[in-house]
Design a protein around this ligand. Structure first.
Ligand code: BES
Ligand code: MN
Ligand code: ZN
Length: 499
């Protein structure tokens, strides 16, 4: 895997390059800018395509090594499918991901990629370049062995276009999203001994370099605020909790911010209601919501988004201990409501209860969206292909679903109702923290709703999508960074008044 990836675009003609890549449509021949390049090989395209079984479908390839007439080691012809199949940006990103994999497997160190086809846009080309970078990402910080030999460690990709118009801003926007996604992936991939609440908060603090105002609350601060739910989860851990507030002020001074809240359980043993060994090792990823919020804040700052946004993450470790909270305990949240603990493994909602309440009372946001690896049940419902959305606002839910389709981070809405709220009524307190197995993701959302005032709110359960998903064209890493591209897209499409 190349360690360094340089990407560029130009409207200049192709010159010397390790590989030249052209795309050909299904049942087509090299056209546009690709046509004169192929012509220099002196070969008849139809004959070569026939001999190699190339029909122009995505995944089809012709690999001509040291072709005469061209100054390159190889000319790679890739299928681009039917014209018109490239309407969505996710398709372009996938093409970029699969291009990276091809170049990597061929051991190429520089590639000139010609892109000239109907339906192409700067956003599409930027998405392709983003896809290359997303596919290149690998988390190998803790591998001491040398990378596989014989392969290049640097890869420079230059996209050759008819025109550079619109590329600069499209690429800057897109790469800002990529940077946020990669930060979120890395935070999720880091092992829990390395990334505790304090270490995570230090990562968040680094965002001040990009113009984010960062505040970090310690347990004493949270005690003063009455955050009895969040602190109950933290009390069994040797590592103190943190609540991080990240503010991006890119909008009008008086404009209410959009708020993003993330569950940041750096490791979830289940506590006294301890988890079995098998699903436990995945629980280093139980801070995926907080990682996505942190990544999103980085993205918004990098692209100087013209909005006000606040990102709040509750960072705790859920451990069994002599000091740990227990089933049967009744704790009081910052809102004043009381919670009977049924299961100490239903801890994420306790962290969010206080983080959500704090966010609303301090910032009076125009909308609030939380992200959390909240329930195993969501994976039973939707596996790894959709996150579950719960909302008190139809317009917000619809926007999220559409942003999901556009970004490739798909969401599916789930119901909420008083009948489900009933399942978490408590005999002794205002509510209990678990309604058991039936509708486990929904009762978790109903619990959160107790801590939501009169504000458009959406809860996104990313337990199935934040980590451990099957490889895709744009991700072969365990952590996905799910939520960054989704929410960045939501912000861009609905909360930035670009006139
Ligand atoms: N962090 C887990 C949810 C989870 C499970 C995320 C698997 C990703 C993969 C959460 O804290 C949890 O343990 N939830 C319980 C809730 C139950 C005790 C009501 C669950 O889903 O079993
Ligand atoms: Mn848990
Ligand atoms: Zn958890």
């Amino acid at each position: 895997m190349p360690q360094v990836l340089n990407i560029a675009y130009t409207s200049k003609p192709v010159s010397r390059s390790g590989a030249i890549v052209i795309y050909v449509a299904e049942n087509g021949v090299p056209d546009g800018l690709a046509e004169p390049i192929w012509a220099r090989t002196g070969l008849d395209f139809k004959n070569v395509a026939g001999a190699t079984g190339f029909a122009g479908k995505p995944g089809h390839m012709i690999d001509l090594v040291t072709p005469s007439g061209l100054d390159c080691d190889r000319l790679v012809v890739l299928g681009r499918g039917r014209n018109g199949d490239m309407s969505g940006e996710t398709v372009w990103a996938d093409r970029g991901g699969s291009l990276f994999a091809k170049l990597d497997s061929l051991g190429v160190d520089s590639a000139a990629v010609v892109i000239d086809e109907p339906g192409q846009s700067p956003d599409g080309v930027a998405a392709l370049l983003a896809g290359l970078r997303l596919r290149q990402y690998s988390f190998d910080r803790y591998k001491t062995a040398e990378p596989a030999n014989g392969k290049s460690t640097n890869l420079a990709v230059t996209v050759h276009l008819r025109s550079e118009d619109g590329m600069e801003s499209a690429l800057a926007q897109r790469m800002a999203t990529v940077e946020g996604t990669l930060l979120a992936r890395t935070l999720v991939n880091e092992p829990p001994n390395v990334l505790g609440p304090v270490e995570f908060s230090a990562h968040a603090n680094l965002l001040s370099e990009f113009g984010i105002e960062v505040e970090i609350l310690a347990p004493e601060d949270m005690e003063k605020l009455g955050m009895g739910a969040l602190l109950a989860v933290a009390q069994g851990s040797e590592r103190p909790a943190r609540l991080v507030v990240m503010q991006w002020k890119g909008g009008a001074k008086e404009a209410a911010p959009l708020a993003f809240v993330g569950k940041g359980v750096v490791f979830d043993t289940g506590g006294i209601s301890i988890k079995p060994a098998l699903p436990m090792f995945d629980m280093k990823g139980d801070m995926g919501g907080a990682a996505a919020v942190t990544g999103l804040m980085k993205t918004l700052a990098l692209r100087k988004a013209p909005i006000n946004a606040v990102g709040i993450i509750g960072l705790v470790e859920n451990m069994p201990d002599g000091k740990a909270y227990r089933p049967g305990d009744i704790v009081t949240a910052m809102s004043g409501k009381t919670i009977e603990i049924i299961n100490t493994d239903a801890e994420g909602r306790l962290v969010l209860a206080d983080a959500l309440w704090y966010t609303q009372s301090r910032f009076k946001p125009s909308a609030i969206i939380d992200l959390a690896t909240l329930t195993g049940a969501v994976t039973i419902a939707l596996a790894h292909d959709h996150a579950a959305v719960f909302s008190n606002d139809d317009a917000l839910a619809d926007r999220l679903i559409r942003a999901g389709l556009a970004s490739g981070e798909k969401c599916w809405r789930m119901p909420m109702s008083p009948a489900y709220a009933k399942l978490i009524e408590s005999r002794f307190a205002d509510m209990k923290n678990s309604g058991g197995r039936p509708a486990g993701s929904i009762t978790a959302a109903q619990f959160l709703a107790h801590f939501i005032g009169d504000v458009p709110w959406a809860h996104i359960d990313i337990a199935g999508t934040a980590f451990g998903v099957p490889n895709t064209e744009t991700n072969t890493s365990w952590g996905t960074g799910f939520g960054v591209a989704l929410l960045d897209r939501l912000v861009r499409d609905h909360y930035e008044n670009q006139g």
